[in-house]
Every structure is written in structure tokens, then in C-alpha cells.
Design a protein around this ligand. Structure first.
Ligand SMILES: Cc1cc2nc3c(=O)[nH]c(=O)nc-3n(C[C@H](O)[C@H](O)[C@H](O)COP(=O)(O)O)c2cc1C
Length: 218
């Protein structure tokens, strides 16, 4: 594509381009990825680094449509925002961590999730990390016991959209050499601006696009 967005997902890209062109995908084709493809993606997650090699993750792969609908129904942010891509993506992977005696569990699970999302992109799949949910509302849907934690949900499937990249803070505002340099570091205003630009654009798109699936999207 002329603006640098790949039309074939991340297939065949060098690593930096792969990382740069991964997008959060919220519209999916209905055809599910094969189990072989799913296992490749999960294998990449398995090889993520973890503190003292504790590997505190477990992946609950949800393909059943009624369970995905239940996830979409229960996963809400501030009781208002819902994520309809939980129902419309053919697969949802819940990353479940074991926090017992492990203060780095969330970091480890997030690293596994990053591997998973990049591996998926490299195979032409789209993903979206979803963190806006209440643990206890989702536990019964996924059968997760109280001693484990649902760190994130990742929707997965072949993309039915090719979104423009949301704004990124320029690299020079993200790097200090040797010691932290407050004059170079992006501040709260730049971060909030990026978030606002992203949210406003999403709001406008949500208004002009026809709605599909259950409920509004945040
Ligand atoms: C910790 C975390 C939580 C997120 N939670 C949600 C969410 O609840 N719903 C959603 O649609 N996207 C969610 N996202 C996706 C972000 O909105 C997205 O990564 C960000 O806007 C940058 O866009 P990009 O992934 O296309 O680069 C989350 C991402 C992260 C890393």
C-alpha cells in the first residue's frame, strides 16, 4: 500500500517492519485460523522471557461462539464500554497468570502476549489485546479459579480491516542516552494527546461505520 500499510498482513516482513505494521484489529473475517496456525502462535508465546524462568502463563483458547458472546457480554469497562470484537473474532485467547509468589507475573504474561501478537501478524492474522474488563465477571465464563488472574484477552483471526496507525510519540522523545534526560522525555501532555487523538478518531469511525454484532464499541 502507498502509505506503508501491508495488504497481506505481516507475512514475509523484516522484524522492525513487522513490529511497526502490527495493528489492533477489531473487525475479523468469520473463517477461523487452523489449529496448526493457532499452535504456531502459542508456541511463540511459550518462548517469551520470564522472571527466573517461571513461565507463569496459561492460555485459554476460546473458539466456541456462545462462550465468545458471553465474554463480549461480560467484559465491560466502567460498566459501559463493551468489546464486540470478542464475539466477532473467531478465536479469543485468555492469558491467565499464576501470581502466587511471583511479583513479575503481569510483566511475564504481557511479554508472552506480545510474542503471540507479533507471531500472529507474521502469519497474516490480526489481534487485539483487551484489558478493559472486570476479572470476577469473566472468571465463571472461562472457569478461572480465584488463585489465578486473567491478565488479558487477545482476539485473533484474519483481519477484515486495515486500520491506519494511531499516533506514536517520535523516537527522539523516547530516548535518553546514558542517564534520564527530562528535557528529552515525552511528558504527560504528549501521551494524553496521543490517547485523545486515537479516541476521537475511533469515536468518529464508530459513528460513520454501520454497527455489527452485540453492543457499542469503546
Ligand atoms: C494493556 C492494553 C489494554 C488494552 N485494552 C484494550 C481494550 O480493552 N479494548 C480495545 O479495543 N483495545 C485495547 N487495547 C488496544 C489499544 O487500544 C491499542 O494497542 C492502541 O490504541 C495502539 O494501537 P495499535 O495496537 O494498533 O498500535 C489495549 C492494549 C493494551 C496494550
Amino acid at each position: 500500500m502507498s502509505d506503508g500499510r501491508p495488504s497481506d498482513g505481516g507475512v514475509g516482513l523484516d522484524f522492525t517492519t513487522l513490529a511497526r505494521t502490527r495493528r489492533s484489529i477489531r473487525r475479523y473475517r468469520p473463517d477461523p485460523p487452523s489449529e496448526d496456525v493457532l499452535l504456531q502462535v502459542l508456541e511463540a508465546a511459550r518462548w517469551a522471557p520470564s522472571a527466573v524462568n517461571s513461565q507463569p502463563w496459561h492460555f485459554v483458547v476460546v473458539r466456541d461462539a456462545s462462550r465468545r458472546r458471553a465474554l463480549a457480554d461480560k467484559a465491560r469497562l466502567f460498566r459501559v464500554f463493551r468489546w464486540r470484537h470478542l464475539a466477532t473474532a473467531p478465536v479469543v485467547v485468555a492469558i491467565v497468570g499464576d501470581p502466587r509468589g511471583n511479583r513479575w507475573m503481569t510483566v511475564d504474561c504481557a511479554l508472552a502476549g506480545a510474542n503471540l501478537m507479533l507471531a500472529a501478524h507474521s502469519l497474516g492474522l490480526g489481534t487485539c489485546w483487551i484489558g478493559g474488563f472486570d476479572q470476577d465477571a469473566l472468571r465463571p465464563v472461562l472457569g478461572v479459579p480465584p488463585e489465578r488472574e486473567i491478565v488479558g484477552l487477545v482476539t485473533l483471526g484474519y483481519p477484515a480491516e486495515n486500520p491506519k496507525p494511531p499516533p506514536r510519540i517520535p523516537l527522539e522523545r523516547l530516548i535518553s542516552w546514558e542517564v534520564f534526560d527530562p528535557s528529552r522525555a515525552a511528558g504527560r501532555l504528549e501521551r494524553v494527546t496521543c490517547s485523545c487523538l486515537y479516541s476521537v478518531r475511533k469515536r468518529i469511525l464508530a459513528m460513520v461505520r454501520p454497527r455489527r454484532g452485540p453492543g457499542p464499541v469503546a
